[in-house]
Design a protein around this ligand. Structure first.
Ligand SMILES: Cc1cc2nc3c(=O)[nH]c(=O)nc-3n(C[C@H](O)[C@H](O)[C@H](O)COP(=O)(O)O)c2cc1C
Length: 332
């Protein structure tokens, strides 16, 4: 029997979904992306149709220092309707303390990072290495659940092709109290490349009754639909595609909007400028503009200008020149 035959019901993209008693306005979510998913970006994703948008991973241990950098990463206010944070760590008691802190109490959903593949994270027993320590992963979920908040887990399918543990891992997440799982359909050693292994996301979905979201390699509406069909997942989580083209949230969910890349980037500059210092605004907007140009022909010539730009006022003008032309205004 193929995976598609095993799937009872194929959900539609853009549907609302209840997770742990909280309403997500669509089942197309924005992934946590370190260095990218700051407050202005999350607001934009939510407005364009994302059911949720997560902060980048924040060290659960670092919260005890209450430092400026962490406070900036965790900025949120009433404009963000559903507030979702992602924590990274290895020690259950550290998570328990972290979720009680004022900075985390503002959030509605706590996601636990059990998928990060980078060597330093793995060495510290955090991220994807928790897929090799199921009892510890379980205690971490239980510690977060004691906060009374909605708890989700973002994981991969295992550490490597010999250690694919997603079935047992998904069951453990559910029995430890997780309200939702996002499965990035790659092993740790695949890092961010290669075709995701749909059959293991489908296996996770069949193994539990909590919602399962599918992540990895979605770069078009067709790919998102294929992911839903082949895995039976309750929804999808976009990562690089969502950052490259936030208009994808309206494309995938069918939400009507009147935005262009230019209107979005100018709005992002305004929100970032209101909250953050000039250096932060420049760094963030340059990253966003570079991503927006990625698949757009004829934009290479702007890269150097963007790199050299030292003032937000100049950046506004440059972005208007780049994204103001009809060629660069819309969806890619
Ligand atoms: C630059 C970058 C930063 C990332 N940061 C995080 C993070 O903070 N937390 C996390 O769980 N995953 C992180 N990821 C993984 C993504 O959320 C996602 O799982 C991965 O990119 C696969 O999805 P995609 O193929 O659609 O991009 C990151 C990926 C990239 C490329």
């Amino acid at each position: 029997m193929t995976d598609s035959e095993n799937i009872k019901e194929i959900k539609k993209l853009g549907e609302e979904i209840m997770i742990g008693g909280v309403r997500f306005k669509s089942n197309v979510l924005m992934a946590p992306l370190a260095g990218y998913t700051c407050f202005p970006f999350r607001l934009m994703a939510e407005r364009l149709g994302a059911g949720s948008a997560y902060t980048e991973m924040v060290s659960a241990d670092a919260l005890k220092y209450n430092d400026k950098a962490t406070t900036k990463l965790l900025y949120t206010d009433a404009r963000e309707k559903l507030k979702c944070v992602q924590l990274l760590g290895a020690v259950p008691t550290v998570f328990e303390r972290a979720v009680k802190s004022d900075l985390i109490q503002k959030f509605d959903v706590i996601d636990i990072n059990m998928g990060c593949p980078v060597p330093n994270v793995i060495k510290s027993g955090e991220g994807c290495s928790l897929m090799d320590d199921i009892p510890r992963a379980s205690k971490i979920i239980e510690s977060c659940k004691r906060s009374g908040k909605v708890v989700s887990v973002k994981c991969r399918i295992g550490m490597n092709p010999q250690r694919i543990v997603i079935e047992e891992f998904a069951r453990m997440c559910e029995s430890s109290g997780a309200d939702m799982i996002t499965v990035h359909g790659r092993t740790r050693n695949m890092m961010y490349d290669g075709e995701p292994l749909y059959e293991y996301i489908a296996l996770a979905k069949r193994s539990v009754s909590i919602p399962v979201f599918a992540n990895g390699g979605i770069d078009s509406k067709e790919k998102a639909e294929e992911m839903m069909e082949k895995t039976g997942a309750d929804g999808v989580m976009l990562a690089r595609y969502g950052f490259e083209n936030p208009l994808a949230f309206s494309l995938l969910t069918g939400r009507e909007i009147n935005d262009t890349k230019l209107s979005l980037i100018l709005e992002q500059i305004d929100i970032a400028e209101e909250l953050f210092d000039e250096l932060y605004v420049l760094t963030y907007i340059k990253k966003l503009a570079s991503y927006f140009m990625k698949k757009q022909p004829g934009t290479k010539r702007y890269k150097l200008d963007l790199y050299k730009c030292g003032k937000v006022s100049e950046l506004r003008e440059l972005c208007t020149a780049i994204f103001g032309s009809d060629d660069n205004a819309g969806l890619v």
